[in-house]
Design a binder for this molecule. Structure first.
Ligand SMILES: [Zn+2]
Length: 263
């Protein structure tokens, strides 16, 4: 026992530098296996948004909470009274969240669709409803449709304002088709539509997401020095490498990706 202590002492003292502590709101590791350093709480409500899940599941990285609050405020300015319903983010320290494979590192968030009722009123309460390619809710009393204008505005804003951040917006094939059709018919920017073709995606390994969006952000430049790790793909418009970093990366996956070039 004494011998072991001596060995550790000799090996450990010479070169060991304790890692700098990650600041609050730093995302560490990846969405499926990582964690979150003192996550930032999304409040019950704010300009243009309301939260519909318990606070234990509403902590995000600094970047994700900034993006959400700005986006909700932007939507509300354009559509008076628009409410973005924000669901699960992550636990305060990240890690497993019941009901999700991911949501572990503060970079995932579920958002309800904007909906319109038969009388034209916007959806005023949080409610999961499944939608088909025709944009109509399945299995609810009375016709409720996707508010394609607002849902597309949400997607386009994320892609245009945060192109370096948004990796995925998980959504079903049907809702994706409805959104892209609307975007093309309404004269949306073709660059944005092209990005949306990649970023809007029905996941193959989880629910089809026909009742909500699930947005995932890449690691921010502030997260990367502390071991934040992105899984592929890295979209062609996303700048990767040392130009995104203030410090050299320390994470194996990031180093490997840099060594192998763009993925
Ligand atoms: Zn989700």
């Amino acid at each position: 026992m004494v011998g072991m202590v001596v060995v550790f002492g000799v090996v450990g003292c010479a070169a060991f530098q304790p890692p700098e502590l990650a600041p609050p709101g730093t995302s560490v590791g990846d969405s499926n296996e990582g964690w979150l350093e003192a996550g930032v709480l999304v409040p019950d409500r704010g300009d243009g948004f309301r939260a519909y899940r318990e606070r234990e599941r509403r902590y995000g990285s600094r970047r994700l909470t900034e993006v959400l609050e700005e986006t909700a405020g932007w939507l509300q300015e354009r559509w008076d009274g628009a409410t973005l319903w924000i669901g699960d983010l992550s636990a305060r320290s990240g890690g497993a969240v019941a009901g999700h494979h991911s949501h572990r590192a503060g970079r995932d968030v579920d958002l309800l669709f904007f909906t319109t009722s038969a009388d034209g009123s916007a959806g005023r309460r949080a409610r999961f409803m499944r939608f088909g390619e025709d944009g109509l809710a399945v299995g609810v009393a009375g016709p409720v449709s996707l508010d394609l204008e607002r849902n597309w505005a949400l997607v386009a804003h994320l892609l245009e304002e945060y192109p370096q951040d948004v990796q995925w917006i998980f959504v079903s094939h049907g809702v994706k088709a409805a959104l892209l059709t609307y975007a093309l018919e309404s004269g949306a920017s073709l660059d944005t539509v092209e990005r949306a073709v990649s970023v809007l995606h029905q996941p193959s390994d989880s629910a089809p997401h026909d009742d909500h969006f699930h947005v995932r952000l890449y690691c921010s430049a502030d997260d990367l020095p502390y071991g934040c790790a992105d899984r592929p793909p890295i979209w062609p418009w996303v700048r990767r490498g040392f130009d995104r970093l203030e410090h050299a990366p320390t994470d194996d996956a990031v180093l490997l990706e840099l060594a192998l070039g763009e993925m």
